[in-house]
Design a protein around this ligand. Structure first.
Ligand SMILES: [Ca+2]
Ligand SMILES: [Ca+2]
Length: 420
């Protein structure tokens, strides 16, 4: 008997909190007892206080803004209900899970340990969660230094690029250890991602399209300063982003790899300091910009430029620039880059001719053929956004996409970070 009790105790020690976690259900238009206990009796919006460790499923429909303010350090899940993952079948109808749950204003995180997961969607289509502006000039806020928050599979559509000053999409005040993954951020009046004091965060598999920068409201694709360190920007696509630069930041230990930055043919705006850059007087150290592709960028500089106040350790290898107006580097060691059109010479640079891409007219910037390759940069950088192993065919290609290799089981995790 003692053995049994011990086994039972052991069982409860080993089984994670998920075994005790409850599911709750939210559905716009539900007319049951409003207890959140199943799909018939769902709440019609997220309750003000949430139970830590539980899972909140949200059906297709329209929802108001929400502020995550429940304290606690146990990860708590907000998930779009789908045909295959919706908790109970009680009261369930497939029409609840085949579309989008749309939040008609800002989502704010004031506490830590949340997973906000639309479950479906990539590139520009199919997102389970969507946030659109209904007057708010930030769409997703991280206030009061919240940490360990994952946001994935969310489309965030702002009001457009014409008039709205201060319209940022993701906005942080000191948030740390964020993972923003598989999101579509588009049509921002200012910065798609504005970070203040944010460290140790990962921005990956994003599609970021269109922003606006004016003399009065300078902008960037990412604008980051005030203690922004060790952030990773990878495997993302940046379309028609204007301003001081596309990724503009200060701090130590950033990694920018496997991204595509491009302008569509009719785009009339430009960038100033660099595609990856800092502002004058700001300091960047130990930052790596590797295996990115830059296409059709216009303006004073489409290169990698950090100000003279920057320290050591910055490097840019294996990048590919195609048809960009002007490319120069500042305070960064650079080599093994390819330049189709403008670009400086390097010891191991390639000066390409023709068009190296599969179908650039359709914004497909995968390589159309074998190249003479770049530098082996090791395991942190050795997969592309499709999971293809760089150098798997013996040649580690330059640019965002590896040519001639098949997909790995999964991209390697970033080192030195806690990823949720
Ligand atoms: Ca539906
Ligand atoms: Ca290759």
């Amino acid at each position: 008997m003692k053995k049994l009790i011990l086994l039972v105790l052991l069982f409860f020690c080993l089984v994670p909190e998920a075994a005790l976690a409850a599911d709750h259900f939210i559905r716009a238009g539900a007319t049951g007892n409003n207890s959140g206990s199943d799909w018939a009796n769902a709440w019609t919006s997220l309750p003000a206080t949430l139970t830590r460790g539980d899972v909140y499923y949200i059906a297709d429909g329209s929802y108001p803004s929400y502020t995550f303010s429940t304290a606690g350090t146990t990860k708590t899940y907000i998930k779009k209900a789908t045909l295959t993952d919706h908790g109970t079948d009680s009261g369930w109808q497939s029409s609840y899970g085949d579309g989008t749950a749309t939040f008609n204003a800002v989502i704010t995180f004031k506490t830590s340990y949340w997973v906000f997961d639309g479950q479906t969607g990539s590139g520009k289509t199919g997102y389970g969660f969507k946030i659109i502006s209904a007057g708010a000039n930030k769409l997703m806020r991280f206030d009061n230094t919240p940490s360990y928050i994952t946001v994935k599979h969310v489309e965030m559509q702002h009001r457009g690029t014409s008039t709205e000053s201060g319209d940022d999409i993701i906005y942080t005040l000191g948030a740390n250890h964020l993972t923003i993954s598989n999101c579509y951020l588009h049509d921002s009046g200012r910065a798609p991602i504005l970070l203040r004091g944010t460290t140790d965060s990962v921005f990956e598999y994003l599609y970021v399209a269109r922003n606006m920068s004016t003399a009065a409201e300078h902008s960037e694709g990412i604008s980051a300063y005030g203690g922004t360190h060790r952030n990773i920007v990878r495997y993302s696509v940046w379309e028609d982003i204007t301003g001081t630069g596309i990724l503009v930041f200060d701090g130590d230990g950033w990694q920018v790899y496997g991204n595509v930055f491009f302008y569509t043919p009719g785009y009339t705006y430009s960038i100033g300091n660099g595609a990856v850059a800092t502002w004058t007087g700001y300091k960047v150290t130990n930052t790596k910009v590797h295996n990115n592709t830059f296409v059709n960028l216009k303006g004073y500089n489409a290169g990698v430029w950090f100000d003279a106040t920057s320290g050591g350790g910055n490097a840019a290898y294996n990048n590919l620039w195609y048809s960009c107006q002007k490319i120069s580097f500042g305070n960064v060691t650079h080599d093994y880059n390819s330049f189709y059109g403008a670009g400086p010479s390097e010891t191991h640079s390639q000066s390409g001719s023709g068009n190296p891409f599969v179908d650039s007219a359709s914004n497909n910037f995968q390589l159309g053929g074998a190249t003479s390759g770049g530098l082996d940069l090791g395991s942190t950088y050795n997969t592309d956004m499709n999971g293809n192993v760089r150098g798997g065919d013996g040649v580690w290609d330059r640019g965002a996409y590896e040519y001639g290799s098949s997909a790995a089981s999964a991209p390697s995790a970033p080192t030195g970070l806690t990823v949720y």
